[in-house]
Write a protein that binds this ligand. Structure first.
Ligand code: GPP
Ligand code: MG
Length: 287
C-alpha cells in the first residue's frame, strides 16, 4: 500500500526517523539478506549465533558459496529461535508484537511455533509491503500482519499484547520512549525480549568500531547501562540477561570469509573482541 503524505507524517515524526525509513526503503537489493532468505523464504534482518561447520569453507565453488549461504541463514534462524525461547509459554489466543519487523522472518517463526496472531510494525513501507506479500505466500495473512507504524506509537490497545520483542531494532529508537510504549501495550506480567548490540560504557567512551557500525546502518547504538535504566524506569523487570557475544563472533568470522561480506564485518569483529561492544539478550516482565 502506498503511503500518503499525511500517513507518512503521522508515522515518521522526526528527521532522524525519516532518514531511517529512507535507509530501509532504499535497501532493496541487499543480497546478503535476500540470498539467505531465499533458502527457505524466511527473510531476516539480524545476525547469527552458534558455531559453524568449517567444512563449508573447504567446498569447491560454486558449492562453497551455496553452503556458506545456508550456514549463515541457519545461524540467523538459530538466533531467532533463541529469542522465541525467551517468550515463555504462549497460547494460540495470545497476541505478540514484533517491534521493528523488517521483512518478517522472526514474526513467521513465532507464528509457526505458537500458532498465535503476530503483528509487526515497521517505519519502512517497503519492508511492510515485502513482509505482507510473504504472509500471503505463507498463507498466514489472517494471523501475521504487518503495519506501517512507529514502534514508539503502535496504535495498539492498552494491555493487549502477551509479549513483545525487538530483534536488533532498539538502536533506532530512544529507549525511554520505546519502553514506555511497550509497557503500555503489554499485559501485566507480559514479557519483553530484546536482542541488541550495545556499547560498553563501563570501559570508557565509544569506540571507533562502534561509531563505524552506527554510520554504516544510520543507527544509534546505546550504551549497556541505558537499557537497564530505561527498563527500570518503565516497570520492565529483567528476568534473564545473556551476553551472546561469544556466540555471535563465529557468524561474523564466517561472513567475513564469504563473498557476501558487505564491508562491516571487521568493525563487528573488532568491537566484540576488544570488548567495546556486546551482543546482548534481555528478557523482562512488565510489573
Ligand atoms: C541487521 O540488519 C541489523 C541492523 C542493521 C541493526 C543494527 C544492529 C546492531 C547489532 C548494531 P541487516 O540484516 O539488514 O544487516 P546486513 O545487511 O549487514 O546483514
Ligand atoms: Mg543481514
Amino acid at each position: 500500500m502506498a503511503t500518503t503524505p499525511d500517513r507518512n507524517a503521522a508515522v515518521l515524526r522526526t528527521d532522524y526517523q525519516k532518514a531511517v525509513a529512507e535507509y530501509w526503503d532504499t535497501h532493496q537489493n541487499d543480497s546478503v539478506n535476500l540470498l539467505l532468505g531465499d533458502v527457505d523464504e524466511l527473510y531476516h534482518h539480524h545476525y547469527g549465533i552458534g558455531p559453524y561447520d568449517p567444512a563449508v569453507l573447504d567446498a569447491a565453488p560454486p558449492d562453497r558459496e551455496q553452503r556458506i549461504i545456508r550456514e549463515l541463514h541457519r545461524m540467523e534462524s538459530a538466533q531467532a529461535d533463541l529469542l522465541l525461547d525467551q517468550l515463555g509459554p504462549v497460547a494460540p489466543d495470545h497476541r505478540l508484537l514484533d517491534a521493528g519487523s523488517g521483512r518478517g522472518g522472526t514474526s513467521f517463526m513465532a507464528h509457526r511455533r505458537f500458532g498465535c496472531r503476530v503483528d509487526g510494525v515497521s517505519i519502512s513501507q517497503y519492508q511492510v509491503d515485502f513482509a505482507t506479500a510473504q504472509a500471503e505466500q505463507h498463507h498466514v495473512a489472517d494471523r501475521v500482519r504487518f503495519h506501517f507504524r512507529n514502534m514508539l506509537d503502535t496504535g495498539l490497545a492498552n494491555a493487549s499484547q502477551h509479549a513483545i520483542w525487538t530483534n536488533e531494532t532498539t538502536m533506532y529508537v530512544e529507549l525511554g520512549e520505546a519502553f514506555a510504549e511497550f509497557a503500555r501495550v503489554l499485559t501485566p506480567g507480559g514479557r519483553y525480549v530484546c536482542i541488541t548490540g550495545c556499547s560498553n560504557d563501563l570501559t570508557g567512551g565509544r569506540s571507533k568500531a562502534v561509531s563505524h557500525i552506527d554510520s554504516h546502518y544510520t543507527c544509534n547504538i546505546h550504551p549497556r547501562s541505558a537499557y537497564f535504566n530505561a527498563l527500570a524506569a518503565h516497570g520492565l523487570v529483567p528476568i534473564a540477561v545473556t551476553d551472546l557475544t561469544p556466540l555471535t563472533i563465529p557468524y561474523w568470522e564466517l561472513r567475513a570469509r564469504s563473498s557476501l561480506a558487505t564491508g562491516i564485518e571487521d568493525a563487528f569483529l573488532t568491537a566484540y573482541k576488544e570488548g567495546s561492544f556486546h551482543y546482548l539478550l534481555i528478557a523482562a516482565d512488565r510489573a
